[in-house]
Design a protein around this ligand. Structure first.
Ligand SMILES: CC(C)(COP(=O)(O)OP(=O)(O)OC[C@H]1O[C@@H](n2cnc3c(N)ncnc32)[C@H](O)[C@@H]1OP(=O)(O)O)[C@@H](O)C(=O)NCCC(=O)NCCS
Length: 186
């Protein structure tokens, strides 16, 4: 089994189709025609565990510009973190998010931000993120906002640059609006 960075280390259109199939093991309702990456505008890269030619664990990295309380931040998020059911509980996703965190730290990121289910908070906390009290990430568009609290998700963040660290308190007990496009939320 090997952990690669996609598409940098192995671009292969077939592999993209197999990532879609892997994601459907967790989110079958997303429909069979879904392309990969699903939102190319914000997609940066993926960390992918391969068993032979088959992807069995995927961690997507995304980036966007975040305007919040008078400041502009380079923001990186995780998305589509999934391990095939037959390969769970072996540490694959833990290593995938560790590599993603390392990748993000090597960029000029001010903050990392995304949401997760409450039961996943310990998993991402071990990866270096922390749950931000009362923070609601609002994705989607201004006309059709997609609120993370509507799904009872927790906002996880890492404060990376001096600017990010200085303004940490600005992210607590507030909405954080990140226009990501229709139906998009990290
Ligand atoms: C969440 C998910 C990606 C985790 O993938 P995974 O590869 O099983 O993750 P890991 O094996 O690294 O960690 C899972 C658990 O196994 C434990 N674990 C890690 N290595 C282990 C090992 N060698 N032996 C036993 N347990 C281990 C971890 O501590 C972790 O415990 P936790 O659930 O209490 O945090 C996977 O369950 C999944 O695809 N779920 C459906 C999609 C989803 O919910 N994605 C997350 C969206 S926020």
């Amino acid at each position: 089994m090997e952990l690669i960075q996609y598409p940098q280390e192995r671009y292969d259109p077939l592999l993209a189709g197999r990532i879609v199939e892997l994601e459907q093991t967790a989110w079958p309702e997303d429909g069979e025609a879904e392309a990969f990456p699903s939102a190319p505008d914000t997609y940066v890269t993926s960390f992918l565990w391969l068993e032979g030619a088959m992807p069995v664990c995927h961690v997507g990295v995304r980036s966007s510009i975040l305007h919040h309380k008078g400041q502009t931040y380079a923001a990186y998020g995780l998305s589509e973190v999934v391990t095939h059911p037959a390969f769970r509980g072996r540490g694959l996703a833990s290593e995938g998010i560790r590599r993603a965190a390392q990748f993000i730290m090597e960029r000029r990121a001010d903050v990392s931000i995304f949401t997760c289910a409450p039961e996943r908070v310990p998993f991402y906390t071990r990866g270096g993120w922390r749950a931000v009290k009362g923070a609601c990430l609002v994705g989607g568009t201004l006309r059709r906002p997609f609120r993370s609290d509507s799904l009872h998700l927790v906002t996880m963040m890492m404060f990376l640059s001096p600017k990010g660290r200085l303004h940490q308190a600005d992210f607590e007990h507030t909405d954080i609006v990140l226009e990501l496009g229709e139906n998009q939320l990290w």
